[in-house]
Ligand binder design. Structure first.
Ligand code: SF4
Length: 397
């Protein structure tokens, strides 16, 4: 299997999304408008530099026309806008802004000699017992002469990276290996990111050790993916941009309930069930509040009138009083001392109790360790289902 940067990044973001796209290969027409805009900006930049290589510098108007015509031709219903305060038209303008800023800054595009444009590269990754392949596409490679090269990457994201994020880069660092492996006499390689919406250029040089470290980490990640048997969904803000929501148990209902076919397919029943569930839950919470209040009033009544049995019209309420020992809180010194004392007296087995929720927490901490496996060997697994409700954050009320 080939491993690309987007594959590894997808796995790190959400293992289930990785499985759906790269293992199950589900088919979807959905694409975020950001991804659509980014790919058109890349195509336009490739076209621009192909003209430059042919000794022809297109005008800004031609660049805009190239982008706009492709936008009109390829935009389709599956392209979605996750940021509800923006429209698709805003993204079209943002794409044009990227191109205008870049054009204004670099015209006439002669700071280096472009020798690769959108070039596919393959980097071998050494695994424990064999090799895998990291594949990618270099946006542009410039030769500066004398064995000096620059790997350029265009970014259309509206999020500017921190230095730390840049230093964590894997993609361009692995491309550096491809450049060093493919061209003769490479002396220096510089990584250059163009954050086009900000008109900013970020540069980084990687030492041989750093390149090796990044390659080693990539191979460790590949081995982790290959050894995985379970690919669980990892929810987060990134879900709003997920193209495979319709196949994910976390977002499938939200995705389908807004579609015309929802009532026909029965998906809208889910919304009615949740609404009814919330109504009863709220009624129960209100009932709990009223019961707490009544309990206090009843105890007050009982103390005032010195009565333990209180008669209603059809029911009798009995108050039993007694005493029970209360344990010191978990984690306190008193609790530790008590445990120690019980052990010394040989009473620990009789007095102590295993808390299931605490055991789950311990197992989560020990996940993947020998101790965790040993504890699990005493346990049986049974399905657990919990229903929790919270306010939807995607609605305006
Ligand atoms: S919607 Fe979220 S949790 Fe589901 S596959 Fe996509 S990224 Fe993962």
């Amino acid at each position: 299997m080939n491993y690309s940067h987007s594959l590894l990044e997808t796995y790190e973001t959400c293992p289930l999304k990785y499985r759906l796209i790269y293992a199950d290969r589900v088919k979807t027409e959905r694409k975020s408008v950001e991804a659509f805009m980014g790919s058109l900006v890349h195509e336009t930049m490739e076209w621009l530099y192909r003209q430059v290589i042919m000794a022809r510098v297109p005008s800004m108007e031609e660049v805009e026309t190239y982008f706009s015509q492709r936008w009109d031709r390829f935009f389709h219903d599956g392209i979605f806008v996750a940021h509800r305060e923006f429209t698709a038209g805003d993204y079209r303008e943002a794409g044009l802004k990227c191109l205008r800023l870049y054009y204004g800054r670099y015209h006439p595009f002669d700071s280096g000699k472009p020798i690769w444009l959108e070039r596919k590269v393959v980097v071998p990754i050494r695994l424990e017992d064999r090799q895998a392949r990291f594949v990618g596409v270099v946006d542009r490679l410039d030769s500066l002469g004398g064995g000096r090269y620059e790997i350029h990457d265009y970014k259309t994201s509206a999020r500017f990276p921190t230095l730390e994020e840049l230093e964590r880069d894997r993609q361009l660092t692995l491309y550096q290996i491809a450049v060093e492996n493919s061209l003769p006499g490479v002396r220096e390689v510089e990584l250059v990111w163009h954050y086009m919406l900000f008109d900013e250029e970020l540069r980084l040089r990687r030492s041989a050790e750093e390149v090796q470290r990044v390659a080693r980490e990539a191979s460790e990640l590949v081995m982790e993916i290959e050894s995985r048997t379970e690919f669980l969904p990892r929810e987060g803000d990134h879900c709003d941009w997920c193209e495979v929501q319709e196949f994910c148990p976390k977002r499938k209902h939200l995705h389908l309930v807004g579609s015309v076919a929802a009532p026909e397919l029965g998906y809208d029943r889910g919304a009615r069930l949740v609404d009814e569930f919330v109504r009863w839950k709220e009624a129960r919470e209100e009932a709990d509040r009223q019961l707490k209040r009544l309990r206090e009033e009843i105890l007050e009544f009982s103390a005032f009138h010195q009565v333990d049995n209180i008669y209603g019209t059809g029911h009798l309420l009995k108050i039993s009083r007694g005493e029970r020992w209360k344990l010191p809180s978990a984690g306190t010194e008193e609790r530790e001392k008590l445990a120690e004392c019980l052990k010394q007296m040989g009473l620990w087995d009789r007095a102590s109790d295993l808390s299931e929720s605490r055991l789950q927490a311990v197992l989560r901490e020990l996940e993947g360790s020998e101790e965790g496996s040993l504890i699990q060997s005493f346990l049986t697994k049974e399905e657990s289902v919990a229903l929790r409700v919270s306010r939807r954050v995607d609605t305006d009320d």
